[in-house]
Design a protein around this ligand. Structure first.
Ligand SMILES: Cc1ncc(COP(=O)(O)O)c(C=O)c1O
Length: 371
């Protein structure tokens, strides 16, 4: 039995016809850039997020970049963020010649901590990018409500639909950025992303930046880029959005089953495999189910030989990436992030994963550790 890390084909039947019809609609209209599909998706995304305004963009990376451009981030500015994230989180700051400033993560949730963020903030801090990693929202406590804090751009690339204390992404910071990369919980048929804001004026500015900074057309008060969401992607996302919460519920059920199976197998009590922690009052959407595993690298060989999909998100922390060498960080600066990179392992958690598949995964873990 081969168990992939993610099986997109398994859910295709649920929306295949509707998606093809939606694509046909766009093809027949020959309206590929902006237009009614993008507008309708933006309204539906905003409604889903319970926010007044959303902007479709070309990727999660461009969502983050457009927000920082809207904030006029540039040389001399600092962006406080997590060293344990996908590269784009810090890459967008560096692309604008700002300095990524890292703070260590909470070893339980893998997310930034309130104390860490507060300590990293300085006079030059232009924005903070908390990452809602693996589908769980980053809890920065009372920092979120502080009136004179720096602007917050939530990196919710992996966390659409997640909640913290009853509120969704974008209700804590000024911007929330989502990725619709195909492997995300809401995946497009290619690259796509979104930004949403509590303040429609902020969303409006991101929308202008996505169009080379022009409004009206050919009048450029600011420099932007081509960060547009394709109409075909918008049409597909409109079909999939109503299915998103059901898929997230399936992921949560699978995560709960893993928690139970890992404990039953005696792996947790022996400290061999540590399941992901869910913080209080948090609705996790499990874009990834990430455990800590002893002898992780050896274990990967064992799982691979049995056809069990797995992945390491992320093998190297951002402060130790070669391209950031000039920031002056070194090994040992963020021990929790570094340790996570050495121990984490994502297991298959997609909603359609059958119970037997989960049993097979846990059985493979048990035989590896010889218990
Ligand atoms: C945490 C995080 N931030 C940003 C991104 C960038 O999104 P995209 O791949 O759509 O550019 C991703 C997705 O890979 C991500 O996981």
């Amino acid at each position: 039995m081969t168990i992939p890390l993610l099986d997109l084909e398994a859910q295709l039947a649920q929306y295949r016809e509707a998606a093809l019809q939606a694509i046909t609609r766009v093809v027949d209209s020959q309206h590929f850039i902006m237009g009614p599909e993008v507008k309708a998706f933006e309204a539906e995304l905003a409604a889903y997020l319970e926010l007044p305004a959303a902007v479709g963009v070309s990727s999660g990376t461009d969502a983050l970049l457009a927000c920082l451009m809207a904030l006029e981030v540039g040389p001399g500015d600092e962006i406080v963020t997590s060293p344990f994230s996908f590269f784009a989180t810090a890459g967008v700051a560096a692309r604008l010649h700002a300095r990524p400033v890292f703070a260590d993560i909470d070893p339980a949730t893998f997310n930034l901590t309130e104390a860490g963020v507060r300590a990293a903030i300085g006079k030059r801090t232009k924005a903070v990018i908390p990452v809602h990693l693996f589908g769980q929202m980053c809890d920065l406590g009372s920092f979120y409500d502080e009136p004179d804090r720096p602007v917050i751009v939530e990196d919710a690339a992996q966390a659409i639909g997640a909640r913290l204390r009853g509120k969704g992404t974008g209700h804590f910071g000024e911007y929330t950025c989502t990725s619709f990369f195909p492997a995300k919980n809401l995946g497009a048929f290619g690259d796509a992303g979104g930004v949403a804001c509590q303040d429609p004026a902020r969303a409006d500015r991101v929308g202008i930046i996505r169009l080379h900074g022009s409004k009206p057309k050919y009048l450029h008060h600011v420099v932007g880029g081509n960060f547009r969401l394709d109409a075909i992607q918008a049409a597909v996302l409109r079909v999939k959005l109503p299915l998103l919460d059901g898929w997230a519920a399936g992921r949560r059920a699978n995560a709960a089953r893993y928690d139970a199976l890992l404990a039953e197998a005696g792996l947790v009590e022996r400290g061999l495999v540590i399941p992901p922690a869910v913080q209080p009052d948090s609705l996790h959407v499990y874009n990834q189910y990430v455990v800590r595993a002893q002898r992780r690298d050896e274990l990967m060989g064992h799982l691979g030989a049995r056809g069990i999909g797995h992945a390491v998100y992320y093998p190297r922390p951002l402060h130790l990436q070669p391209c950031f060498a000039d920031l002056g960080y070194g090994p040992g600066d963020f021990p929790h992030a570094e340790r996570a990179c050495a121990e984490v392992l994502a297991l298959p958690v997609y909603p359609e994963l059958p119970i037997d598949g989960q049993r097979t995964v846990v059985e493979a873990l048990r035989t590896f550790y010889g218990i």
